[in-house]
Design a protein around this ligand. Structure first.
Ligand SMILES: *Cc1c(COP(=O)(O)O)cnc(C)c1O
Length: 456
């Protein structure tokens, strides 16, 4: 069959409030031109994030009712722990309320003020948590990742030569861990190959440096490996995931991504001593080790979601529905990161609006215009997010200026995506008239969440 359908039926719906252009202009102005500050009900298609926005299955909702809310040793904890151990294979599982809580706990026991942590590309909360402790977060994407026109199948790979150079320059003792983010969210949602995971693992091992996966989209990455890497076509996603984690010493995970959960996360390691120290911090700020920062029902939902997300019909639909949007944009000549990543479509704002210099935030301008035009909420991934050094206060253009349209799992249909395509095309037609922006006010850390912007 040529047509790939959503492999589910809709049993429960949420109405969308349709707004007018005049209403949207007034609302985005009141929100300081920051899409994070809008009321969600004033958004028509919400592509701000795929995080915590997934549609749960009837089975997961049933699990919510079955959740065991016992303070210690709940049945839902054991179900969750056993599922994580089965898929991820690590000996120690620490439940947290989100991925960033897992990051904070991990870094607070490993990162010092002179530490350096390489990653293919750090996600914003990962970078912020390292920098908050005084450490340095270094991005080492492969050369192809920087080429928006490259069709390279694994643009999420780390630059191996750059990693070896960094270890030589820094000294392994200052590197508490090497990380790989699968798929590489901030680098365009691009997958990391098994070959790269293996090679980074080998290098880390040779210097006795722990190797961690930021596993948020592990199922999507596994399916990309199945589809694109020689030798994996006949393997199941779950076996590919197991192999991937087999090369790592631990992982951080957000259940709000590839676990279909609305909240949740976890931290894994094979190091029992480290886990002991991590659990001591967990108890201080999250909760008892058998629930972390979660309710029993959340653990139950994650346990069910982690299995569902590895279903091949789901993963095929997931990757193909993202590619559907990317292919159509590309056909129209609209600058989009190619090949399609897993969870999101990334418009290349610097090319979409070449007349706006990076320090006038072309990504922010474009995302505000997509809202004005059609009520679409996206997120800037560029100079607003990464262009500010919180220690020096210095402002420099980020490596790229992208606008991410993240696609919530199992939430929007193809006709919603056809609407999104039409809105983008309308903005594309009048792109030459779009102006840059300046920041009116912003905090030092994670400024993109609360900054207010003005048109130039
Ligand atoms: C979402 C995300 C995180 C943080 O997880 P939260 O649950 O939002 O705290 C970390 N890394 C990556 C790659 C992510 O996508």
């Amino acid at each position: 069959m040529q047509t790939i359908i959503e492999p589910f039926r809709i049993k429960s719906i949420e109405p969308i409030k349709l707004t007018t252009l005049a209403e949207r202009e007034q609302m985005i102005e009141a929100a300081g031109n920051n899409l994070f500050l809008l009321r969600a009900e004033d958004v028509i298609i919400d592509l701000l994030t795929d995080s915590g926005t997934s549609a749960m299955s009837a089975e997961a909702w049933a699990g919510i009712m079955r959740g065991d809310e016992s303070y210690a040793g709940a049945r839902s904890w054991y179900r969750f722990r056993d599922t994580v151990m089965d898929i991820f294979g690590f000996e120690q599982v620490i439940p947290t309320h989100q991925g960033r809580a897992a990051e904070r706990i991990l870094f607070s026991v490993t990162v010092k003020a002179d530490s350096v942590i390489p990653n293919n590309t750090h996600f914003d909360t990962t970078r912020a948590n390292i920098e908050f402790l005084g450490g340095k977060a270094v991005d080492l994407p492969c050369a192809e990742a920087l080429d928006m026109d490259s069709d390279h199948p694994f643009k999420g790979d780390m630059d191996i030569a750059a990693l070896e150079q960094l270890i030589a320059d820094t000294g392994p003792e200052r590197i508490p861990m090497i990380m790989l983010t699968v798929t590489n969210n901030s680098g365009g949602g691009q997958p990391v190959s098994m070959a790269n995971i293996k090679e980074v693992s080998r290098i880390a091992g040779s210097f006795d440096i722990p190797f961690y996966l930021d596993a948020c989209r592990f199922a999507e990455n596994s399916y990309f490996i199945k589809k694109r890497e020689p030798g994996y076509a006949d393997k199941n996603a779950i076996d590919i995931a197991r192999e991937m984690f087999g090369y790592a010493d631990g992982c951080t995970m957000s259940g709000k991504k590839d676990a279909f959960a609305n909240i949740g996360g976890f931290l894994c390691t094979n190091d029992a001593k480290l886990a002991h120290r991590e659990r001591n911090i967990l108890i201080l700020t999250e909760g008892f080790p058998t629930y972390g920062g979660l309710a029993g029902r959340d653990l139950e939902a994650m346990a069910i979601g982690l299995r569902e997300v590895l279903d091949h019909d789901y993963l095929e639909y997931r990757l193909m529905s993202t590619q559907y949007v990317v292919d159509r944009l590309r056909d129209k000549g609209i600058p989009v990161v190619y090949p399609a990543g897993g969870h999101a479509v990334y418009l290349n704002a610097r090319r979409f609006l070449p007349h706006i210099p990076p320090l006038q935030y072309p990504g922010q301008s474009l995302s505000v215009e997509l809202y004005r035009e059609g009520g679409i909420r996206s997120v800037e991934i560029g100079t607003v997010m990464f262009g500010h050094d919180p220690h020096s206060g210095e402002e420099t253009p980020a490596r790229w200026d992208l606008v991410r349209l993240a696609i919530p799992r199992r939430v929007y249909t193809q006709s919603h995506m056809d609407y999104v395509l039409e809105v983008i095309e309308q903005v594309w037609q009048r792109r030459e008239k779009i102006r840059g922006m300046k920041i009116a006010e912003a905090p030092d850390f994670l400024r993109h969440f609360t900054a207010r912007f003005e048109w130039l």
